[in-house]
Structures are given as C-alpha cells and as structure tokens.
Design a protein around this ligand. Sequence first.
Ligand SMILES: Cc1cc2nc3c(=O)[nH]c(=O)nc-3n(C[C@H](O)[C@H](O)[C@H](O)COP(=O)(O)OP(=O)(O)OC[C@H]3O[C@@H](n4cnc5c(N)ncnc54)[C@H](O)[C@@H]3O)c2cc1C
Length: 436
Amino acid sequence: MRAVTETAGVAEVDADQVLTELAGSGSEAEPSGPKFTLELNQDQKDIREWVHGFAEGVVRPAAAEWDEREETPWPVIQEAAKIGLYSFEAMGQFWSDETGLTLPIANEELFWGDAGIGMAIMGTSLAVAAIFGQGTPEQMGEWIPQCFGTPDDVKLGAFCASEPDAGSDVSAIRTTAKYDEAGDEWVINGQKAWATNGGIANVHVVIASVDRELGSRGHAAFVIPPDTKGCEQGAKVKKHGLRASHTADVHLDDCRVPGSCLLGGKEKLDERLARVREGKKSKGQAAMQTFEASRPTVGAQALGIARAAYEYALEYAKERRQFGKAIIENQSIAFTLADMKLEIDAARLLVWRAAWMGRTGQNFENAEGSMSKLKAGEVAVWATERAIQILGGNGYTREFPVERMHRDSKIYTIFEGTSEIQRLVISRAISGVHVK
Ligand SMILES: Cc1cc2nc3c(=O)[nH]c(=O)nc-3n(C[C@H](O)[C@H](O)[C@H](O)COP(=O)(O)OP(=O)(O)OC[C@H]3O[C@@H](n4cnc5c(N)ncnc54)[C@H](O)[C@@H]3O)c2cc1C
C-alpha cells in the first residue's frame, strides 16, 4: 500500500489502480494475508496521524455548531475533500490495507473528533460498500466516484435498506423492483426510512424486493442515479444525537432506472433466484461474512466517541478540585477512569481482531464481527455516561462536549444491527441453535 505523505495526501493515488485493488479485495477471499499483529506499520501510523490532525484541527472546533444547527456540515466535508480524506481514493486506500486495520483506525480518529460530523463524512461509505460488495467492476468504476464528487463539487451517497416496517427484520422489506423488459428498465416503488444522506445524496443505493415470496433471498440492490424522477426525500428525522448527519425517509414512486443499475447485473440475479426457487442453498454464508466484515468499522466509530469522552473526563478529573483535592484523588473517580480505559482497550482489541479476520478472509465462526460492534457500542454508551458523571453538573450541560458524546453514542446500540440482534447472531453462531 502506498504511504500517505503530508503534502500529497491520498488525492494523488491513481483512481483506476484503487478500483483494481478494491476489486481484488472482497470479503469472500480465501483465508490469506498477513498474520495478526498489534504493531502498526508506517502507513497505518501516518494515516492515523493524518486523520487525527484533521479531527483535532477542523472537526472538533466545528462540532458544537453543527450539532446545534442539525444540518449537514457541507463546508467541513469540503475541507475533508480538499485534503483527500473525503474521496474514493482515500476510502479505497483504507479498504485495501491487507491487514484490515487502517479502516478502523481512520474511523476511530475521525469520530474521536466528532461523531455527527464523522458520520456526515463517512455516511457515504455505506453506499460505497454496497456498490463495492455487489457491483461489477464497471459499476464500481461508474458509481463510486459519483458518490464523492470532487473537492469543488462535493457529493454524497446514501444506502437505503430500512423501511417503516422493516428495521431489524430486513426480510419484511416492501419496496419492489419490477423489470420492464421493453425499455430494459427497473421500476421501483416503496418508502425507505432512516436513510443517512437520504434525499440529499447524489447516488442512492436501494434494496428492493424482486420476488416478495422469497423474503430476503428475493432482494436486490439498485443504484438510483443522480436526479432520477420518482426518488424524493421524505421527512427529515430530528434526532437525539449524530445531529450533524442528515437522516431522512426516501420515497420511491414509479422510479425508473436503467437495467444497468441493478448491482451485479441481471444474469447473476436470475441465476441466484433460480437457485433459490429450486430450493438450493443460497449464499447466505457469504452475505453473513460481508455483514460481519463491515461491523468492526462501525465499532471503531463508537470507540472514537468513547475515547474522546474518556480523555476529556481524565483531564477534567485532574483539574477539578473539591474538598481541597483533585477529584481524581478519590478512588471512585480514579477507578471509574481505569475501567473506562480498560473497556475501551478491550473493545479495540475485538474491533481490530474482527477487522483483520474480515480482510484476510477468516471465517467468523463465533460472529466475531458482531462481537466487536456490540462491545464497542455498549462501551461507548457506558463510557460517555460515566464521563458525564465525572464532570458532574458541567457534564450535563451543552457547554461541555461529553453531553453531546453521550447522545451521539446511543445510536451505536441501534443501527447496523441492534445490540439484541448482535446477541442473536452471536448466540446462534456459538450454539448452532436457531435461537429466537
Ligand atoms: C441515525 C440513524 C441512521 C440510520 N441510517 C440508516 C441508513 O443509512 N440506512 C438504512 O437502511 N437504515 C438506517 N438506519 C436504520 C437502522 O438500521 C434501524 O433503526 C435498525 O436496524 C433498527 O431497526 P428499527 O429501528 O426498525 O427497530 P426494530 O427492529 O423495530 O427494533 C425495536 C427493538 O426490538 C428489538 N428486536 C427486534 N427484533 C428482535 C429480535 N428478534 N430479538 C430480540 N430483540 C429484537 C430491537 O433490538 C430493538 O431493541 C438508521 C437509523 C438511525 C436511527
């Protein structure tokens, strides 16, 4: 992997080369690659420092403002694009690290800066991951760059799976896609809920049912190109946290897209549907592997929030004096901070293990991806709540950042699979029993 230099950033990486590397780095790869090590290589250290610098210098100072405004922080995304951090080249470089650790490292640093702005920058990667995971090389080449735009004209991507009646239960998706053979077009109808960047994205990736009788095995992913008629933003959601990240419903009314917008292509879809209808086993394991592989990245975001709250609380506890001494001199405060550090480091080990497993094609026999997201999400909620406690009344106010961090952390036990669903996945994996 090429090193990121301070002056060049990642913007100078050759785009075609990135796509070629990405195409060869799917999660279905045979187990291979480097042995697991906690010793970061120079590229990883450089990227960590680079993202940290941006998080500290640009993201943090803007965090409170955009949280209050509850709007997409376009100028900050543009700054990220200018230095090459918000770009498909950077995302490709993070993804293509053969140890798998660069992606969680970059996410942790960015979300350490601020989670709302972090999600405004990283939300696009949900759509990118779907195109990368299911698209042909041509589709990757066409759509992934359009998810990002250019530094002068920044664009976003949105991934729309959830619906009002289909959250944890994705098999309940009602959005349909019907093939119109005469025009070689797909006609998509339905309503999507909770889409990050929904309605303001340039490229939407929509999960729709092509055969309702097959449940989730009858689903397919479609790219909705920019400005397609029939794809409109619905209500924007007012949220508890991550308020700098736009979340909205997306309405799809007779939304027609070219046949080429079906990710993976029609031939592959027809073959898969035929296999399912014949009662043959679908590639459920491959889909499971993909989910498991993406979960550590989400866990790393939660870790960034937890670490930020821990660091703030540690400094505060050393400064704040009550009863003639710093509050950290009380065991109850010091032990809480010790536990916070312990839990955060433990969660990071799970995140890095799962990231390495995903990238090197190991089997997630015990749902290690789910473990990492579950642990990191719950640690973030717990650690940010403890941070508020350590700051006392100040912690409860919007004048201090731990209040925002606590609000931001809560989503990490809900989206990308709730904590209950992660426990379901883990319990099934370890027991072989179809736990309900
Ligand atoms: C800020 C935000 C951003 C989001 N971004 C996106 C996005 O970009 N794209 C997208 O497609 N979706 C997105 N989502 C949706 C998110 O993925 C869902 O909210 C999540 O999957 C949970 O679904 P639900 O809200 O319908 O909860 P439900 O599925 O209704 O669950 C409600 C409760 O019941 C529990 N529960 C459900 N089933 C079981 C079970 N079998 N066993 C035990 N407990 C169970 C859940 O754990 C939860 O506690 C986003 C949501 C939010 C809030």
